[in-house]
Design a protein around this ligand. Structure first.
Ligand code: NZQ
Ligand code: ZN
Length: 392
């Protein structure tokens, strides 16, 4: 087990009607003037924004709305948010939605607290980020884990680049999580969320340093719970218990708990981000589309680990480690298919991808070929190209 620091400071306010506590929460964490950041309309249509706004008013908090965050949130929109937050002298940024709204809120908080700097310079850490405004969130989709994570991701549409920033300043002060708010999710988004939650744990699991029994058991347990309840939720999206399990797993999967004591490796995410930046594909879908090809490519470096995963998560037992590893990969891919997720690039609905585009994607995923991906087997730009080709 490697040295680690466990720090997951976000307060979780979980359960039915908890959105009615939003005002009290913002007040508790020092907010007086709040910018409410949300997406393309689901939270307005469900009446959630009105309920949240009322709760803020009851707590004596001044608020303004900023709707229109798109999935794969854009830098330009976040810039508009910074201007609005500065103009209204906001001291608290509240996201209502999923990863896209929360990441935009985080970006606005950083930009508004440092108006002398350009937001992209902050994002790419050209200038140091030493302060931010507090962020809170009301979660409406279990997926990205941004409600507890130390990261945030934006797309710079001018550069065609999707990239993240990791900092403790990204941790929301609180996350209101009412599973009932997720009942209106389209099944595709539900599936994307299930994949993303699994992936946040898998990206911490296939790492060379594996002497870490407790962390392994947490990860394997979380994966089993997501898989089982993912099936139930697909069957009945209003199953409160299934949605509760998935939502809680989403937060635990990305607050670092499932990777304590070892490094993490977000290589499948890098491939996914390259796809989202170019084709605006949904995040979770990009991950299921490439995971199988990635796993097949790297598993020869550690059949035992894949076999162990297969036994603990899927109940697979086989004499031969290689056979068990292959079965485990096959079962995972079959599950993605079962919940309606793409398991190849062609299924992403973005048309034919040319060889030239695959090269371009490989360059983008590896920062122009300068970065090696994956820890279980080191991947250069040519390896990434082969994985994209396999997935195509
Ligand atoms: O915009 P609205 O109308 O709200 O619709 C959204 C959007 O179209 C819809 N939706 C959300 N809740 C709903 C709902 N529709 C009906 N009922 C509800 N209750 O779902 C769509 C997707 O929303 P989005 O916020 O984009 O989903 P998600 O939570 O999957 O976030 C994805 C973004 O998070 C980033 C991804 O890269 C992507 O940009 N990630 C952020 C991370 C982080 N900050 O730690 C880590 C992740 O790995 C990920 O990279
Ligand atoms: Zn993710």
């Amino acid at each position: 087990m490697q040295n680690f620091v466990q720090y997951a400071p976000t307060e979780i306010v979980f359960g039915k009607d908890t959105e009615l506590k939003t005002g009290q929460e913002v007040k508790k964490w020092g907010g007086h003037r709040t910018l409410i950041v949300f997406g393309g309309g689901s939270a307005v249509r469900s009446g959630l924004i009105d309920r949240v706004e009322n709760s803020l008013t009851e707590a004596g908090i001044v608020s303004e709305r900023l709707g229109g965050v798109q999935p794969n949130p854009r830098l330009s929109f976040a810039r508009q948010g910074v201007a609005k937050a500065v103009e209204m002298e906001a001291d608290f940024i509240l996201a209502v939605g999923g990863g896209s709204a929360i990441d935009t809120a985080k970006a606005i908080a950083h930009g508004a607290a440092n108006p002398e700097f350009d937001l992209w310079d902050i994002w790419t850490q050209k200038v140091p980020l030493t302060k931010s405004f507090p962020v809170g969130c009301v979660l409406t989709i279990a997926a990205a884990g941004s409600e507890t994570s130390d990261s945030a991701v934006l797309t710079n549409e001018e550069l065609g680049r999707k990239s993240g920033i990791g900092t403790e300043l990204n941790r929301p002060r609180f996350a209101v999580m009412n599973p009932e708010l997720t009942y209106t999710l389209p099944k595709y988004q539900l599936g994307c969320g299930i994949v993303d939650i699994m992936m946040h744990t898998l990206e911490r699991y296939f790492i060379p340093n594996q002497k870490n029994q407790m962390t392994d058991e947490i990860a394997e347990g979380l994966l089993r719970v997501v898989i089982e309840n993912g099936r139930k939720a697909m069957e009945n999206p209003s199953d409160y218990d299934a949605m509760s399990e998935i939502m809680w797993c989403g937060s635990l999967s990305h607050n670092n708990l499932t990777g304590l004591g070892r490094e993490k490796d977000f290589s499948v995410h890098k491939l996914g981000h390259a796809l989202s930046a170019k084709y605006d594909a949904a995040h979770g879908a990009t991950l299921s589309a490439v995971w199988g090809a990635w796993a097949e490519y790297v598993c020869e470096s550690d059949y035992a680990r894949f076999a162990h995963f297969g036994e603990k998560v899927w109940g697979i037992r086989a004499e031969d480690e290689k056979e068990a590893a292959k079965l485990a990969i096959g079962r995972t891919v079959a599950y993605f298919r079962e919940i309606g997720m793409p398991v190849g690039l062609k299924e992403l609905g973005i048309g034919e991808i040319s060889e030239k585009e695959l090269r371009e994607l490989s360059m983008n995923a590896t920062m122009g070929g300068t970065v090696k991906l994956s820890k279980i087997k080191e991947l250069g730009v040519d390896d990434v190209y082969q994985i994209f080709q396999e997935a195509n």
